[in-house]
Design a protein around this ligand. Structure first.
Ligand SMILES: [Fe+2]
Length: 273
């Protein structure tokens, strides 16, 4: 099996754009529901009369958007990787560095965006965050990062429980270094369905699981992949197969983005400064 055909079988690889959405510049929204399969009959009854149905379409209601992009500049990625690894040795930069087999890993303090040496990272993540606000067409005076922090996992045991980011509109995870990159074991960020009622019945599927028929989605990431999403969307990091672990630390930089501006909805006004 070639790597190309392997990739095709993975759930997050249906990259056909949604035709009935509002495509943003530079973004492809991938719902995985762009094909309607009619190979199998949906009803056991034979129709007495052929009734032609036209204008089939699928509407996407209340989508949880995941914005995907990538920094492919290896020099920049290596530079950031080295800076983060150096920071793990500095008690002023974060939690005490974990042992090599520590599943908790190392976390920087959440003011990394204000630290010397991380200006470029802050600037590009802020710019990308602003594009998300723009896509949503939110009326804001300014966008800023309220927090930015690095996470380092040293072993395949590294994991992070499912969580959301409170007090924030949009969040992101920039994957600086990905263990097992290029394989199906690449340690990505896993997202969970935020709708409690949607998983009451979970049928098996004939082909692939995708965003519309499964409770979790693990996007394929490479070194430099950036994922941005609404801060209320639950996400976490799953442990990896020890047998396939290549010894590369998992290094990500996470951040929260907020707005400056007023919401003047009648009976519900609020000012964010
Ligand atoms: Fe997170």
């Amino acid at each position: 099996m070639t790597s190309k055909s392997k990739k095709k079988n993975l759930p997050w690889n249906r990259d056909a754009p949604v035709s009935n959405g509002k495509p943003a510049q530079g973004f492809t929204i991938n719902t995985g529901i762009n094909e309607i399969h009619n190979e199998a009959p949906v009803s056991p009854r034979e129709m007495a009369r052929e009734i032609k149905v036209t204008d089939r379409d699928i509407g996407v209601l209340f989508p949880s958007l995941l914005f995907k992009s990538r920094v492919a500049d290896r020099d920049f990625l290596n530079e950031v990787k080295e800076k983060v690894l150096k920071a793990t040795k500095d008690p002023d930069m974060g939690t005490p560095a974990g042992k090599p087999d520590d599943p908790i890993g190392w976390y920087s303090f959440d003011n990394l965006h204000q630290k010397e040496g991380f200006e470029d990272v802050h600037d590009f993540l802020l710019r990308e965050s602003a594009s998300v606000f723009q896509y949503y067409d939110y009326k804001v005076e300014e966008v800023y990062l309220t927090a930015m922090w690095a996470n380092v996992g040293y072993s395949p045991y590294y994991c992070h429980m499912n969580h959301t980011h409170p007090n924030s509109l949009f969040s992101g995870v920039w994957h600086v270094s990905v263990p097992n990159v290029g394989t199906k074991y690449a340690q990505t960020t896993t997202f969970s369905d935020p709708r409690p009622g949607a998983r009451v019945i979970e049928p098996n599927v004939n082909k692939d699981f995708a965003a519309h028929n499964s409770g979790t989605v693990s996007p394929i990431v490479k070194n430099g992949s950036l994922l941005m999403f609404p801060s209320w969307l639950p996400h976490g990091v799953q442990q990896q197969s020890v047998a396939d672990y290549q010894g590369t630390p998992r290094i990500t930089i996470s951040f929260n983005a907020m707005m400056v501006g007023s919401i003047d909805t009648r009976t519900a006004p609020i000012r964010f400064t």
